[in-house]
Ligand binder design. Structure first.
Ligand SMILES: [Fe+2]
Ligand SMILES: [Fe+2]
Length: 284
């Protein structure tokens, strides 16, 4: 008999909000509004989310007031929902400004690596930014830190959040801005309890398996990069934004679902009861 698994935990996922001092990006994108749209998509779904992960490029140029804006807009949602938030720094982020403006911590240029645990699920933010560089990295120190965090398994395993995702990159220009040190990351994940990796940076949705672990990349909340032929450069578009939900199931599986974050019209809405006599039984 087919048994639908039950989700034990769900992690909301947003990325690449690119907050600016002026509030505008590329002359027309209102970054607070597009980011809010992604949070509203998550909250409005009613899906019981245990934690929110932001996989970096929170700010576009690392200004202090951009982080304050990101913090304010996020709190507007989290004060209602109670979601703990895990922030992974991206190449556009400035560690010291992010530490003070967003995390409420003293200014520091140290990697912004963080660990939280929610009902037995561990969520780890690994800072893959390399100050002054666009590409990312996992150096020996970062890999050692990750290995030490993962040494003890968590009850429900670990979700790893990082900005530069270890996935093959279809947009060749973006492939030049990729994650270095992937061999170190792979070694640190060997034998660990990491069930999924969440990433950003690419500004388009993609997925892969790395070191036996599924990797899910959320598109940006600021703007989307269109897939192009190899050598086709980078084309940024004002639309197709999305948030994601990572679902961790009681049979060990994980799933990842995308929620449209741009304004859209509901065509039809059918109550659950209509489906209650159809097909297989579903518990929830
Ligand atoms: Fe970005
Ligand atoms: Fe990035």
């Amino acid at each position: 008999m087919t048994r639908e698994p039950l989700a034990t935990h769900r992690v909301g996922h947003v990325s690449d909000s690119h907050f600016t001092s002026s509030g505008v990006l590329h002359g027309r994108v209102r970054v607070a509004a597009t980011y809010s749209g992604a949070l509203a998509a998550l909250e409005g779904s009613g899906i019981p989310i245990d934690a929110l992960v932001h996989t970096g490029d929170v700010a576009d140029a690392g200004e202090a007031d951009a982080y304050l804006a990101a913090s304010t807009v996020t709190r507007e949602t989290t004060q209602r929902t109670g979601w703990p938030v895990v922030w992974a720094a991206g190449n556009h982020d400035v560690r010291a400004a992010m530490a003070t403006g967003l995390l409420g911590e003293p200014a520091s240029d140290a990697p912004l690596d963080r660990v939280i645990e929610v009902r037995g699920l561990r969520v780890v933010a690994l800072d893959t930014s390399i100050p002054g560089h666009v590409e990312g990295g996992v150096d020996a120190e970062q890999a050692d830190w990750l290995r030490s965090v993962l040494a003890e398994p968590a009850e429900h395993g670990t979700v790893l959040a990082l900005h530069h995702p270890p996935v093959p990159v279809e947009v060749t220009a973006m492939a030049r801005l990729h994650l270095t040190g992937q061999d170190r990351l792979e070694a640190a994940l060997q034998g660990s309890d990491v069930r999924a990796i969440l990433g950003g940076h690419l500004h388009y949705a993609t997925s892969a398996v790395f070191a036996g672990v599924p990797v899910h990349v959320a598109p940006a909340t600021a703007y989307t990069i269109r897939l192009t032929r190899p050598g086709g450069g980078v084309i940024a578009v004002d639309g197709a934004r999305a948030a994601g939900v990572l679902s961790l199931y009681d049979d060990g599986r994980v799933g990842y679902s995308s929620l449209p974050a741009d304004p859209h019209h509901v065509l039809d809405s059918t109550p659950e009861e209509v489906f209650s006599t159809m097909g297989v039984d579903v518990e929830h």
